[in-house]
Write a protein that binds this ligand. Sequence first.
Ligand SMILES: [Zn+2]
Ligand SMILES: [Zn+2]
Length: 409
Amino acid sequence: MTLTATVHRGTRQIGGSVIEIVHPEGERLLLDAGQALDLGEGEEDQLPPTLDLSRPAEVLLTHAHLDHWGLVHKLPAGWRVHCGPATAKLIQAAPFAAAGLPHEFQTWGPSGTAVQIGAFRVTPYLTDHSAFDAHMLQVDGAGRRVFYTGDFRRHGRKSTLVDKLMANPPRYVDLLITEGTNLGTDKPTVTETELEADLVTRAARVPGRIFVAWSGQNIDRTVTLYRAAKRTGRDLIIDLYTADILDQIAEGTRLPRPGFPNLKVVITRALRRHYGELRGEAFIERLLPHAVAANELQGSRGIIILRQGLVKDYDAKGVVPTAQDLFLWSMWDGYLAKGDKAYDWCKAAGTRFDKLHTSGHAATADLMAFAAALAPKAIAPVHGQNWHAPPEGFGPILNATDGAPIVLP
Ligand SMILES: [Zn+2]
Ligand SMILES: [Zn+2]
């Protein structure tokens, strides 16, 4: 009698990860419950039909990206959710969860500290990814060991976490479930430090403002932009959404937040109303000493957040992009390909456009090195589109299909 692992979704796609581990005595863990990334406008995702909802399970979430937790609201309300402490806050701060999730959330302790969840012993390892507080998960049960990478990379601001794990890896891994986002692609995997240097160089040649589209949840990127702002004598101007995220997680860390030099919050109408209701007027008042009004952006030389949701409020306050400004796209290209109002707004004004981004996922060589360090008996592929053609020497990759149980030897 041994463990069974089922990748309900993800053996052939990036995102929408749903993985189940079943103990021979019937207890179950669900690793991630993610939403598909390729949904059309207004399209609603559903849980994979192979997942049995009639029996209880404990849910483990690796990180706060929607493609890993965006289907939690479809799981029975009695299923408890376990995740990192900041991940729980990020999920609760996400506009998507505004209505609130009925599930009980339990947060795990420091990286590397095992927790007993029913018949399973789970060890979370903090890792490097574009989501803050992302974890890898080691699951022990019935004398077997499963190791799930979640999403990770080895070129972000926390790459040493991955290096340390590889230098002192868990032994006797029966099944490694690894992401493979960048398999078969040549996506840039420059480091955040290189992005920072790149922006410092570019900023010297920009007479006007630098508008940047990035995700407030990508804390590594916020740090990169903040450091570049300080080095170039500009202010980093974030919106209320990004300020709220930093407010939720920065306590006890060295992360930049309102009150730091060269950091300002732009108060825009729609977000002001939203956060006034969500966090109370006291939250807004606390930010006011560090705030700028949208109309003050016109004369500034800041590094300014720009997302399509902000365009209307900027416009209403007379903020107009010009040919002296630069617009940098600092997110996944896929969002731009869907069409973006901020892009159109800048383009119409003749503002120069460029990209400033690096992948949140490991390069192929790093995926291989990681698998080699763990030396698992078998590898189950997930979160990738090119697992059918992995490079030679990757390791013992199973020919897994969505929803088909893998019985551990
Ligand atoms: Zn993902
Ligand atoms: Zn992710």
